[in-house]
Design a protein around this ligand. Structure first.
Ligand SMILES: N[C@@H](CCC(=O)N[C@@H](CS)C(=O)NCC(=O)O)C(=O)O
Length: 203
């Protein structure tokens, strides 16, 4: 496969990508980009991603080096490299896994990022509203897990990686004792070697 470098920081988007690579069993070298010093806005990093954001996966396929931005594209890249391991191959199960993956990405993680951005601009009320919606959406996961072992059915998928890495950052707001299936699932996920390695990649 050649060598892979994941440029990132200790942020949700980077850790989600790192966890997907680790769960896929794909070796990569983490390379820390200092967001605090603005390294992501300097020329060497902008050559990797002109938008100036992490994560970026650099793929060296021996003859050619190319770069992939967008955490979710990196996750799907990882899934495609190991068919059946992070996304089911059976069409209905694959469609359900995508449904739950996009639930996490567009209904939970996107609004949470927006809440953070508007809070930084002083819109406290808007931020509290969005944060409340994020918590409400996350609590739906309890209903997914009352009938299945994983977020999207009976196999581990990208949706589990999204949910686990995100919930780790927001757990104190969730009152885990009131969502027992989610709590038990979090405990099971925290024992997975790939998730552990991904979450620790930028420590
Ligand atoms: N949609 C992008 C968002 C990437 C993103 O927001 N990265 C943040 C860190 S989590 C970043 O680089 N922020 C620095 C900035 O925007 O100045 C993805 O999923 O990769």
């Amino acid at each position: 496969m050649g060598s892979l470098i994941l440029y990132g920081a200790r942020t949700g988007n980077t850790l989600r990508a790192a966890a997907a690579l680790a769960e896929a069993g794909i070796e990569f070298q983490p390379s820390l980009v200092s967001l605090h010093t603005g390294e992501h806005f300097k020329a060497p990093f902008l050559r990797l991603n002109p938008v100036g954001q992490v994560p970026v996966l650099s793929v060296n396929d021996d003859t050619v080096t190319w770069h992939l931005t967008q955490s979710n594209a990196i996750m799907m890249f990882a899934a495609q490299r190991v068919p059946g391991r992070l996304m089911p191959t059976e069409p209905v199960a694959a469609a359900k896994a995508l449904e739950r993956f996009f639930f996490m990405v567009t209904d939970v993680i996107g609004p949470s990022h927006a809440a953070f951005l508007i809070s930084n601009r002083g819109d406290h009320e808007g931020s509290v509203y969005l944060h409340g919606r994020v918590i409400e959406r996350l609590r739906f996961i309890e209903t997914f897990l009352t009938t299945s072992t994983f977020i999207a059915g009976e196999t581990f998928t990208l949706a589990d990686i999204c949910a686990y890495t995100f919930i780790r950052s927001i757990e104190p707001h969730l009152q885990m004792d009131s969502v027992p299936h989610l709590k038990a699932w979090m405990e099971r996920m925290s024992e997975r070697e790939g998730l552990r390695r991904g979450m620790a990649a930028f420590n």
